[in-house]
Design a protein around this ligand. Structure first.
Ligand code: ZN
Length: 498
């Protein structure tokens, strides 16, 4: 057996453990009985520590040292596979064990005080633990290492190679243009989306969710769809990618668009090349690229006029009591209503990024020491007023709404907006390659779109960095311009503005 084949067999076993851990956490979030909480946490901790031991073992280091002498071409699968494995090993080795333990402990403490603070709507309860979290993530950034900004070290864990220096101007442009667009839309005649809040039979929502998932390409032979409170997609391996959705009787959009969103995530994982299975290249490359796939399907497909020209008759058949008398035009407007609101996860396509930019700017200020945790609620409210024209009546609906900070997850939020920006740039490139993609949607055909995404994004797994992928797929580096243009065009038309 060659050294490389031996290494792949060794690494494959680590991947098997990771996949098992994935399955256990899927179960934890979907079916596990309440009483199994502690043993499940123990099982996951054990698996993760075995994975960590193998990743940082001498055997691993020996393999990487031996293989580095084989001089694989940098762009070859082998070269990239080794580079990716080295990065994974390096990341696993950078944080001292005692630090990881301290951070883990502080996280679980902070999550429980956050829950209490949110329930009692009292930020003061959370202040001390959040301050400690930011002290610890500053240390974490030092351990991980960075060139110009500590935020880069944290953000890089989720979006390899992306930096504050690139994000800042791109996000500033997006913010200014969105604030302008929101002003114009706010002055137009408002949309009544009452039809979305009627009662829609849950059983039939379930049928429609499965139907639309299958229609746009989700492979139920290698996946399944279950109900949960917090929807997500979980890859066990590319042969088993599961999704969940949330059925709400009075908000049919939750299950419908939620399902399409998670299918977008799942198509990515299901499309990774077979040859990368059980290797360091066999996973999605970043959260931003991941989100670009879910948002592309959710918005460019699921909230587009062409898709509904094809699918609306079928939806009307499922829900005649709700939709028989509603025109396609009214339905299309209702699903695209724009309204500044306080809660990120309920935001529409236009306002969503404003929620992210607020969090990004505050994370930076907190990390740089330009903002004290004690002053966070005021800074939060001030930004919501400035960007969205609304002020949270309390902190539970303001800076206490997300779990991320209590979990020490800093540098993650920007990946949502990066995904949005990529989604449009990618969709436009797909249309250049297959000009009929939009016409196809009216006929319920999605093969060319999926084929193009498979070809340019999915199959590559982690072989290329996010920036390389976007540039190869679209012919240029990521910018906010296509996205801004898309928002203006789509929503001015939805609101009947010339
Ligand atoms: Zn997502």
């Amino acid at each position: 057996m060659s050294k490389l084949a031996e290494f792949k067999a060794f690494y494959g076993r680590i991947e098997d453990l990771k996949q098992s851990s994935s399955l256990l956490s899927w179960d934890q979030n979907v079916y596990m009985p309440e009483g199994a909480h502690e043993t499940r946490a123990q099982q996951l901790a054990t698996l993760n520590s075995v994975i960590h031991e193998l990743m940082t073992s001498n055997r691993m280091k020996d393999f990487l040292a031996a293989l580095s002498k084989e001089n694989f071409a940098e762009e070859s699968d082998e070269g990239r596979l080794l580079a990716r494995a080295s990065r994974n090993v390096e990341q696993a080795s950078k944080l001292p064990a005692e630090f990881v333990e301290t951070l883990t402990l502080q996280r679980s403490r902070a999550v429980s005080t956050w829950l209490k603070a949110r329930a009692q709507n009292n930020f003061k309860l959370f202040e001390e633990d959040l301050t400690k979290i930011f002290d610890l993530v500053r240390q974490q950034a030092d351990y991980l290492g960075y060139d110009s900004h500590p935020y880069d070290a944290l953000h890089d864990q989720y979006e390899m190679g992306s930096t504050v220096a690139e994000l800042k101007p791109m996000f500033a442009e997006l913010r200014e243009e969105t604030v302008k667009l929101l002003k114009v839309l706010g002055e137009a005649k408002q949309i009544d989306n009452g039809l979305m809040h009627q009662a829609y039979s849950i059983d039939r929502q379930r049928e429609v969710s499965e139907d639309v998932a299958r229609l746009i390409g989700y492979d139920f032979q290698h996946g399944r769809l279950d109900p949960t409170v917090h929807p997500f997609a979980q890859d066990i391996s590319k042969y088993d990618v599961r999704i969940t959705t949330k059925y709400m009787e009075n908000w049919f959009a939750s299950s419908f668009f939620g399902t399409i969103h998670e299918v977008g995530h799942a198509l990515y994982e299901q499309g990774i090349a077979d040859k990368y299975h059980r290797t360091p290249l066999g996973t999605a490359v970043s959260l931003g690229v991941h989100e670009s796939q879910s948002r592309l399907y959710e918005n460019m497909v699921g909230r587009s006029q062409s898709f509904w020209q094809g699918y609306y008759p079928s939806l009307q058949k499922h829900f005649p009591e709700n939709l028989a008398e509603v025109s396609l035009a009214d339905f299309y407007r209702a699903i695209n209503k724009v309204e500044p609101s306080l809660i990120r996860i309920e935001a529409d396509e236009v306002t969503y990024n404003m929620h992210i930019l607020v969090r990004f700017e505050l994370e930076l200020a907190l990390l740089e020491g330009n903002l004290k945790v004690a002053d966070l609620p005021e800074a939060w409210n001030e930004k919501y007023q400035r960007y969205l024209g609304i002020t949270p009546p309390n902190d539970a609906q303001g800076c206490l709404q997300d779990v991320h900070w209590s979990e020490g997850i800093i540098g993650y939020f920007p990946t949502y907006t990066l995904g949005n920006l990529m989604s449009v740039q990618l969709f436009e490139a797909a249309q250049r390659a297959y000009p009929n993609i939009v016409e196809d949607m009216k006929k319920g055909e999605f093969d060319n779109l999926l084929g193009w995404l498979r070809e340019t994004i999915h199959q590559h797994g982690s072989k290329y960095t996010p920036a390389e992928l976007v540039t190869k797929a679209t012919g240029q580096a990521l910018t906010a311009k296509p996205y801004i243009q898309y928002l203006n065009q789509k929503f001015k038309s939805v609101y009947g503005i010339q």
